[in-house]
Design a protein around this ligand. Structure first.
Ligand code: ATP
Ligand code: MG
Length: 595
């Protein structure tokens, strides 16, 4: 699915990962690799055919929440690199932690990655994997490490273990259990597996170096005892591998070549390599081994990208759910009307670097407008309606009920989309702020004595207005000027400074219009340790009763339009029905919220 080059966002994409992959491919680091057709150990891959994929990458979400725009960055990077270099990208659920993971999230993640436009089915093989299906191998690898004297069971209390780990300035202290023989450790490990010990009574640790300047190498924990029901393996296991142990093994079993992760894992890389080298030496994992590369996280202004924080917003009722159109989750963005292409363009355009980046939200909106400008058909809509009565209609057209047929291009640059049809009558809806009884300087729209063009219609001259007891304008009055119909000879004889949009009372479709705006008033909601709750935008959602053009009657869900002068709108994918239409504002026409 090639992206239209005109959609390239206004940022220079430099991506150091491309340079690494190109260098590796040039050096032939991954050539001659065999792949067993599915994940597996050294023997499985050795018996396989030469790997048809030039590189293998993976997107490895933990199924403990909904994906957000930060994950989109990682998805586009991993799938995108595989696409550009003749590789394959796996979708792998990193479901080794039984406590927080649920099937609901697995399903939602699959749907979101598909929606973004990526596919893990290649040549009839589905590269969708679950880390939990490697539990048997992980345990076998643990026994092998124990047998080689590279791991031991530690029965120190959690506090003693923490104290003996030392800190940045102090080397750690060896555990009294560190000197046990492999046979003793193996017996203990099997007891752990067989449920003979209480949760937390002991752990399996790698035996590396308690004096290492890298704290991650001070005998990290590999397995813990935890009686917890797992969404995929049920109650089969009462010991679970730690993420730092599981992740490198998952990569190696799947023959990943480039394991791309975010910067906070940089200090874990020495352990990643230690573990895989040892397991390869023990004959369990196939060489060449995967290599980990870290890139900077993507942060967007006005947005929080942390599953935990997003969960708080939902739990505290700040938003109406994970798919609230104000949420930066992929489900929220989809419901808001963001296109997959715009999110991909933003992700590709922001490249990859060795530092965390803050991207201005306007970059994403720019990608969105670039995509929608060419795609979205046009329509007229009135978001804050005020009646306008043309008082000389019967004089001109012979009857009060006469309807003038009007048309306009569905898209100004795409004649193939044809014309839209609607009627002009004596009773119309216009925007409340297109009328001013006492105009400010520079106001060129409706005020008593002024003429404007009703777009695609004719020129009217305002003659006054009606008001209620409170002085609020309830109706604007105007006279139509004959012979000014748009598209007829001489229509331009009367010069006007303003053109306004409208819909006719007889054929307009009543609709709920929801005007969404950013959730926070500050670009960095949590800057300086601030509680983001103190900078919530009270106007992030405004619900209005409006009217749209008759051609939008019966619109399906998730259809997008540009409402002329107002911005881009989408029919809500949850609430919209033909009887009760709901249009969400995706974004305004221009940055700066002039609107
Ligand atoms: P969160 O902090 O929101 O829970 P996470 O990193 O813990 O996110 P995972 O499910 O582990 O969530 O993430 C899957 C992948 O997405 C990881 O490789 C992670 O590094 C990547 N990722 C998550 N957030 C971002 C981000 N803001 N920018 C780039 N990559 C990200
Ligand atoms: Mg995580």
């Amino acid at each position: 699915m090639a992206l239209d080059p005109s959609h390239t966002p206004p940022v220079q994409a430099s991506n150091f990962l491309r340079a690494i992959i190109e260098r590796d491919l040039e050096a032939g680091d991954w050539s001659g690799r065999r792949f067993g057709g599915s994940p597996g150990d050294a023997a499985h891959h050795a018996a396989g055919a030469p790997d048809p994929a030039r590189i293998r990458t993976r997107f490895p979400p933990e199924p403990n929440g909904y994906l957000h725009v930060g994950h989109a960055k990682s998805i586009c990077l991993n799938f995108g690199l595989a696409q550009s270099y003749g590789g394959i990208c796996h979708l792998r659920f990193d479901d080794t932690n039984p406590e927080k993971e649920e099937q609901e999230y697995v399903d939602a993640i699959i749907e979101a990655v598909r929606w973004l436009g990526f596919d893990w089915n290649v040549g009839g093989t589905s590269h969708l994997y679950y880390a939990s299906s490697y539990f048997d191998f992980m345990y076998r690898a643990a026994e092998a490490l124990v047998g080689a004297g590279l791991a031991y069971v530690d029965e120190q209390s959690a506090e003693a273990m923490r104290a003996n780990r030392g800190d940045f300035n102090t080397p750690g202290t060896d555990s009294p259990y560190r000197g046990r023989t492999p046979a003793e450790n193996l017996a203990r490990l099997r007891e752990m597996r067989d449920g003979l010990h209480a949760d937390g009574a002991m752990v399996l640790r790698a035996r590396i170096d308690m004096g290492s300047p890298n704290i991650n190498l001070r005998d990290p924990t590999l397995y813990r005892i935890k009686r917890a029901h797992h969404h995929a393996t049920g109650d089969q296991w009462c010991i679970y591998p730690m993420y730092t142990y599981a992740h490198p093994i998952e990569d190696a079993l799947e023959r990943i070549t480039h394991s791309i992760c975010t910067l906070e894992f940089e200090d874990q890389r020495p352990f990643y390599d230690w573990l895989l080298e040892n397991l390869a030496d023990l004959g369990l994992l196939a060489r060449p081994l995967p290599r980990q590369h870290e890139f900077g996280r993507l942060n967007l202004s006005y947005v929080m990208t942390s599953k935990r924080k997003l969960r708080e917003l939902v739990a505290e009722g700040v938003v109406e759910g994970w798919d609230d159109p104000r949420m930066p989750t992929l489900f929220g963005m989809r419901r808001r009307g963001y296109t997959p292409a715009s999110i991909r363009a933003m992700a590709d355009g922001s490249g990859a670097s060795k530092t965390n980046i803050w991207l201005d939200y306007s970059v994403l909106e720019g990608c969105l407008r670039a995509d929608l400008e060419g795609e979205a058909p046009r329509a007229m809509a009135v978001l804050d309606p005020l009646p306008l009565a043309i008082t000389n209609w019967a004089e001109i057209y012979g009857s009060e009920g006469h309807i003038e047929a009007c048309s306009a291009p569905a898209h100004p640059q795409r004649p193939e989309l044809g014309l839209r049809q609607f009627g002009l009558g004596a009773q119309l809806w216009i925007e409340r702020d297109d009328f001013a009884e006492l105009p400010a300087k520079g106001f060129f729209r409706l005020f008593p004595g002024n003429k404007v063009r009703l777009k695609y219609g004719l020129v009217v001259e305002c003659t006054g207005c009606e008001k209620d007891d409170q002085g609020r304008v309830t109706r604007v009055l105007a006279r139509a000027l004959p012979d000014t119909r748009s598209g007829t000879p001489g229509a331009d004889a009367v010069k006007v400074k303003g053109t306004i949009t409208w819909v006719a009372a007889h054929d307009a479709v009543a609709a709920t219009v929801v005007l969404y705006d950013r959730l926070f008033t500050e670009a960095q909601p949590e800057a300086g340790g601030r509680d983001y709750r103190s900078v919530l935008n009270p106007h992030s959602k405004r619900v209005q009763a409006g009217y749209v053009e008759p051609g939008l009657a019966g619109a399906a869900r998730e259809q997008r339009w540009q409402f002329e002068r107002h911005g881009y709108f989408v029919t809500d994918r949850v609430l919209h029905t033909a009887e009760a239409p709901v249009f969400n504002r995706i974004t305004t026409l221009r940055d700066g919220r002039a609107g």
